[in-house]
Design a protein around this ligand. Structure first.
Ligand code: ADP
Ligand code: MG
Length: 240
């Protein structure tokens, strides 16, 4: 991987759940070190795009490459911060254990093998997202926003070069929004590529280097100034 290798390449991606494609012929390339927003109305395929980039969904057509490598073979390089409330924690697991999964994967015996260095990495990641005080708490007892910060810590502990976040700002107060932005900015400063599903058009221009405007198809991809055009937005958001 050289600095000019694209972080994410999406080519002619078509993904269907049933008869109607959720994504149709979507193509774009994201360079390393960018903070990218995915915008579009409800049901426009934003979460589907994130899952396809992660290799969780098999496309009907097209492909995804991370640093030039097929997505299904780059698991450790890529981390996911799911949409809040999307996971039912029906088994007991602590904040610290979830963050430790970034080091050991999703294996129940992780704790027997955790080295001092792994513990330090996890402790630092929890401190960056300001969840150190919660390390022994059950994650299922925390708020959605706190759970997302734990997933962010897991992503940092994993050393992921690409982090995909699904609506991390939805329903958070201004102080939490600031805190999440700071974490994203510092991850970007360390060379990571961040792709964030975002709901709020009003803040899209100030948060992101570039934007993906989606409604089944890719309507626009570029700087906020190139994408946030009134005519384009009304075409996508007001429907036709
Ligand atoms: P967004 O995140 O932009 O709101 P999604 O990617 O969740 O959109 O959904 C895109 C489309 O795919 C919607 O029409 C949605 O109903 C459909 N869809 C999403 N997930 C599933 C699923 N698991 N099974 C069937 N249809 C789905
Ligand atoms: Mg969604």
């Amino acid at each position: 991987i050289t600095p000019t290798t694209p972080a994410i390449e999406v080519e002619h991606l078509t993904v269907s759940y049933g008869a109607v494609p959720a994504l149709l012929d979507v193509s774009f390339t994201i360079p390393q070190g960018q903070l990218v927003g995915i915008i579009g109305p409800n049901g426009s395929g934003k979460s589907t795009l994130v899952k396809a980039i992660l290799g969780f969904l098999r496309p009907d057509i097209g492909n995804v490459r991370i640093f030039g490598i097929p997505a299904e073979r780059t698991r450790r390089l890529v981390a996911y911060v799911p949409q809040r409330g999307s996971i039912d924690w029906d088994f007991p697991v602590t904040v610290e254990e979830v963050a430790m999964m970034g080091r050991y994967g999703n294996i129940p015996w992780w704790q027997w093998g955790a080295s001092k260095q792994d513990r330090e990495i996890v402790e630092e990641a929890l401190s960056i997202v300001r969840m150190s005080d919660f390390r022994k708490r059950q994650i299922g007892e925390l708020s959605g926003g706190q759970q997302q910060r734990v997933f962010m810590a897991r992503a940092l502990a994993q050393g992921a070069r690409v982090v995909l976040l699904d609506e991390p700002f939805a329903g958070v107060d201004a102080a939490t929004e600031r805190a999440i932005l700071n974490v994203l900015e510092s991850a970007k400063q360390s060379g990571r590529t961040l792709v964030v599903v975002h709901h709020d058009l009003a803040t899209a221009a100030e948060f992101f280097d570039s934007l993906i405007l989606l409604k089944q198809r890719l309507f626009a991809f570029g700087t906020p100034a190139q994408v946030l055009l009134p005519e384009l937005l009304s075409e996508v958001y007001d429907g036709h």
